[in-house]
Design a protein around this ligand. Structure first.
Ligand code: ADP
Ligand code: MG
Length: 698
């Protein structure tokens, strides 16, 4: 028999067949360790037992009841015509009785036997006098039964239940009894719980206090790992090497642009040129061929002109005879970049290609060959660029746009595509990442500790401010009229409505989200805009489907785009002049700013309307946090300014929490609640890293 380790596949556990393992994979659970690190998203407080006379409909409650009479099972056919069975049974305590209903669980007649007691937990329905529960959880209750007060609730997928996961986790925890992942002195210095205790208590807490300690220990570990990973990245950078380019005639490039660069764009380009050439004003060029690779993050508000900054870096790289790549998160964005950069690149004889998931096989084959032969200088594409098949002859620069949509791993996969220099050793490309998510500098330093940071905090001149209004329900009719008028003038509009309910499994979210956006869109079509063309898009849609709808909109074939979640990042539809955000109170400041950034991209006067039931009159005059946010939006247009307010108002946790941050998906750490842990682990990571380096150099 082979030894079971934490890295063994889950199939080593009792009760995990190949088919169940396939289901678990959907939850990103592959190994025993993945399973144990699949933390509950909350707990059912089943320990708070109520008497029947205390139950009130609409509340989730726990009660201990004795079965009053045998289970009655009847056969019915469901609406869809499918045959099903219903089990009804009554149970009571000293204060009253509850009618219980289950579906398709005929075996219950052997379980819920008259006279036996169970702890039931679930939503109470019916009335105060005749309480009911439908499909409650039930656990046998008898003297000495050890029922957990806090029962874990897990993120699930179809075919996997919380009960199943609990059982498996209990089994898997056995392997952790003698394991500790942190050094003893760190555990004692920071007063942390041991690993086994922490894992046991995060899944099956003895009490709320223990659960908190468990969470703290696991968050500490997660943050420390994160910080160490960042430093390792930075170090790898220090040891790798990239081409040291020479400075071409940049004036030729600047001269080919239709506009003057802003000061912030120029300064950013200068930093990039310096990173890649190691020479600048007053710094003599050293002509040895290699230097350490650039690892630079460019943060710039939407519309601040990051693309052209990237193009300058591409120009430098390609004029030195090396290849550049630009990776973006969606096909439509790739196509837009390709269309806007191609003329410029052609002018400078830089051979440019586009590679996405929908590039035809024959075309793709040609591109891959040309790339390998060095015949393509610059390639723009989606995730397709990080496939192993994509091989560069001589990669000099790897750019990731809208990097918050990618994980560290994807970003590094692109910049990890190396070349062999003449000396037979590998050369890394320089790395440039661009993000339209303004983050205050202090936080950026923690989060992007492995990168140098440039900030473009200036918009090109002549940009029109997007007029922003926050309005209440009473303005709805007028907003619709206004929308109609703008569309009548040839413009396009976005209407964003947040998901009414966030559900757990992604399938459900998909269906619900689809339904709400689709329904709302249908309703608008029917009742409000019968003569306009409307479409809807939803965050959980398949990328290809989403791209299709976005493309139709960007080509001007849809008047109004209804969307449930944040509209595709970075998409440029200059003709869109109105952004209406429904239930704007559900969005954070930075999100609202991102949404607003979708309009005001062309020469047309643009508007953003924040609608919210929180606003009682016509305008946001109240003191509620939402109304304060709305006023900040109406009064400010700089993303960095808004990010600072956001941080101030909500604290760092929410600030990041609601945003999609590939690299910030912590399983348990919460950057708001755990800011102290963030700082502690940052210091600790610095010490550990330094000690390691000292040891190495000995
Ligand atoms: P983002 O930073 O959001 O990626 P883009 O690079 O897409 O912004 O630029 C937005 C628009 O601004 C583009 O149409 C671009 O041509 C234009 N632009 C960029 N820089 C300048 C500038 N210095 N002056 C005028 N227009 C500019
Ligand atoms: Mg952009």
């Amino acid at each position: 028999m082979s030894v079971i380790t934490l890295q063994s596949p889950v199939t080593v556990l009792y009760g995990v067949s190949e088919s169940r393992a396939k289901l678990l994979e959907k939850l990103d659970i592959f190994t025993v360790d993945d399973l144990v690190r699949h933390y509950p998203r909350g707990y059912e407080n089943r320990g708070m037992v109520k008497n029947v006379c205390e139950l009130s409909p609409g509340e989730v409650s726990s009660c201990i009841l004795e079965i009053s009479s045998p289970v009655k099972s009847t056969r019915i056919s469901s609406k869809a015509g499918r045959a099903m069975t219903v089990q009804k049974v009554t149970a009571h305590d000293e204060t009253g009785s509850v009618a219980l209903t289950f579906f398709n669980q005929e075996f219950l007649k052997n379980t819920l036997v008259t006279g036996r007691k169970f702890r039931f937990y679930g939503m109470v329905s019916g009335s105060f006098l005749n309480p009911q529960m439908t499909s409650p959880a039930y656990e046998p209750y008898y003297p000495g039964a050890e029922l957990d007060d806090l029962v874990p609730v897990y993120p699930l997928t179809a075919g996997i239940t919380c009960k199943m996961l609990s059982k498996l986790v209990k089994q898997a925890l056995e392997y952790y009894k003698n394991i500790e992942s942190l050094p003893k002195d760190i555990i004692s210095e920071y007063g942390l719980m041991g690993l086994y205790d922490a894992l046991s208590n995060i899944h099956f807490p003895d009490d709320a206090e223990k659960m908190k300690d468990a969470r703290r220990r696991l968050a500490f570990e997660e943050l420390l790992e994160f910080q160490l990973k960042l430093r390792a990245l930075k170090n790898r950078n220090a040891t790798g090497r990239a081409y040291k380019f020479s400075v071409p005639d940049m004036n030729e490039f600047y001269g080919s642009l239709e506009y003057e660069l802003t000061g912030a764009q120029k300064a950013t380009i200068d930093s990039i040129l310096y990173d890649m050439t190691r020479c600048g004003e007053g710094v003599p060029c050293d002509l040895s061929r290699f230097t350490q690779p650039m690892r630079r993050l460019v943060q710039g508000d939407v519309g601040s002109g990051k693309t052209i900054v990237a193009a300058a870096a591409v120009y430098l790289c390609c004029k030195n005879g090396a290849q550049a790549s630009l990776m973006v998160p969606t096909e439509i964005l790739a196509e837009q970049h390709y269309a806007s950069l191609l003329p410029l690149m052609e002018q400078h004889r830089i051979a440019t290609a586009l590679l996405t998931g929908s590039t035809k096989a024959a075309e793709k084959k040609k591109i891959l060959e040309a790339l390998r032969d060095g015949k393509i200088d610059f390639i723009i594409g989606t995730h397709a660029l990080i496939e192993d098949k994509v091989v560069f002859a001589n990669p000099g620069l790897a750019i990731t746009d809208e990097q918050h949509r990618f994980g560290v791993r994807q970003r590094d996969k692109l910049s990890g595509k190396t070349a062999l220099a003449e000396d037979g050793k590998s050369v890394l490309p320089h790395m440039l990442v661009m993000s339209a998510t303004p983050i205050p500098r202090t936080l950026a330093m923690i989060l992007y500790g492995d990168l140098d940071i440039s900030i473009i905090d200036e918009l090109p001149p002549g940009r029109q401010k997007v007029d922003t209004f926050a309005v209440g329900e009473s303005m709805r009719e007028r907003i619709y009229k206004f929308t109609e008028k703008l569309v009548g003038e040839g413009r396009q509009a976005y209407i964003v409505c947040p998901l009414a309910q966030e559900t757990e499994t992604s399938d459900e979210a998909y269906e619900n989200g689809l339904k709400s956006a689709a329904e709302y869109c249908e309703q608008l079509k029917r009742e409000v805009f019968p003569d306009l063309s409307l479409d809807f898009v939803h965050g959980k849609m398949k990328p290809a489907e989403k791209d299709k709808i976005m493309k139709k909109f960007s080509e001007g074939n849809t008047d109004i785009l209804v969307s449930t979640t944040v509209i595709e990042v970075g998409v440029n539809v200059p003709n869109a002049a109105l952004m209406v955000v429904e239930n704007a109170e559900r969005f954070g400041l930075s999100q609202l700013h991102q949404l607003r950034g979708r309009v005001g991209r062309g020469s047309h006067k643009s508007y953003c309307v924040l609608m919210s039931p929180v606003i009682k009159g016509q305008q946001a005059k109240g003191d509620s946090p939402s109304e304060k946010r709305f006023r900040i939006m109406c009064e400010n247009s700089s993303g960095f300014k808004i990010a600072e307010y956001d941080l101030e108002l909500r604290g760092p946790g929410d600030f990041f929490g609601r945003r999609q941050h590939g690299e910030l998906e912590f399983k348990i750490a919460d950057l708001a609640a755990d800011m102290k842990l963030v700082e502690d682990t940052k210091k600790l990571a610095d010490i550990i890293t330094k000690n390691k380096q000292k040891e190495k150099s000995k």
